[in-house]
Design a protein around this ligand. Structure first.
Ligand code: G3H
Ligand code: ZN
Length: 291
């Protein structure tokens, strides 16, 4: 059983990621777009006693300034009875990353997946030096996880992770956890990803750093179970919650096309977000980690 520290717990979450590998569970990082969906996820995590990560991506930063996101996530963290890690997801701009670290994010992801290896290593190392100096954890990506809907742009180059490169990348950058590409694909609306477990095990032989899988909406429940005893310590989930919200909202409008009251319209869609988050975290073995 773990007790919750009173101080800001970034090093605590880093420690949790290592424990996740040792204790065969996986944390969920959920994309959030507003205070209300973030709060539903925290309530789900509290209900089952699970640490959770709330991830802000570029779309969310376009909706709401990054410094305010940091404050909002820290406010949720302070009020939560479980560890909540505020994370900046998929960022390429070093200035934005610096701003996020200074604003109070617990962890940031530098996404150098589209850079040549040497440049990815160089820039990731730069982010690690800056972030660690401010007590912020760093995730980076080696290989490149594709986008099923083309959201990465026409020039985006998806590539599976090379195990030797992963080992070198982890050693030379000092990242806290590492996103890998092993058949996982972003934005899948069905669970059709073909996960290459042999490749995952090769990567595990090259590095002990906790691993992250992006695009985890597309991973089959059975494969998630098979991932529990591996070095994967976090899976990123976005589309599953967006579908839960959007599809339920559509049904609300189908019931009443003239409806306009946000507080009523969002009641069920937000409840579905909470249910979906709880289902995913329970499946990942996170229930009861915090008593
Ligand atoms: O960084 C975000 C995640 O990788 C979410 O992926 O929307 O396919 O679940 P997903
Ligand atoms: Zn991602």
């Amino acid at each position: 059983m773990l007790t919750l520290p009173k101080n800001k717990f970034q090093p605590f979450f880093t420690d949790l990621m290592t424990k996740a590998v040792q204790q065969n569970h996986i944390f969920a990082g959920f994309n959030v777009f507003s205070l209300d969906d973030a709060y539903e996820i925290v309530k789900a995590a509290e209900k089952i006693g699970a640490p959770v990560m709330l991830m802000v991506n570029k779309l969310a930063v376009d909706l709401f300034p990054i410094d305010m996101w940091a404050d909002a996530l820290n406010m949720l963290t302070r009020h939560a009875s479980v560890p909540v890690c505020g994370h900046l997801d998929h960022t390429t701009d070093l200035t934005v990353l610096e701003r996020a670290c200074k604003a109070g994010f617990d962890s940031v992801m530098f996404d150098g997946s589209q850079l040549p290896l040497e440049e990815n290593i160089r820039q990731t190392r730069q982010v690690v030096e800056l972030a660690h100096g401010l007590g912020v954890a760093v995730e980076a990506e080696i290989g490149a996880v594709g986008y099923s809907d083309g959201a990465g742009g026409a020039a985006y180059h998806a590539a599976k992770t090379d195990p030797a490169e992963a080992g070198r990348f982890a050693r030379e950058t000092g990242v806290d956890w590492l996103a890998v590409s092993i058949g996982n694909v972003h934005r899948m609306e069905t669970q059709d990803a073909v996960i290459n477990f042999d490749l995952l095990h090769e990567i595990e032989r090259e590095t002990e750093v906790p691993l992250v899988l992006h695009g985890s909406t597309g991973i089959k429940d059975g494969d998630m179970q098979k991932l529990l005893p591996t070095h994967v310590a976090k899976v990123n989930i976005g589309t599953a919650l967006r579908m839960a919200f959007g599809n339920t909202l559509r049904q609300e409008f189908e019931k009443d096309a003239a409806a306009f009251d946000r507080s009523k319209l969002f009641r069920l869609p937000l409840q579905r977000i909470r249910e979906e988050a709880e289902k995913k975290m329970t499946m990942l073995g996170c229930a009861g980690i915090i008593k």
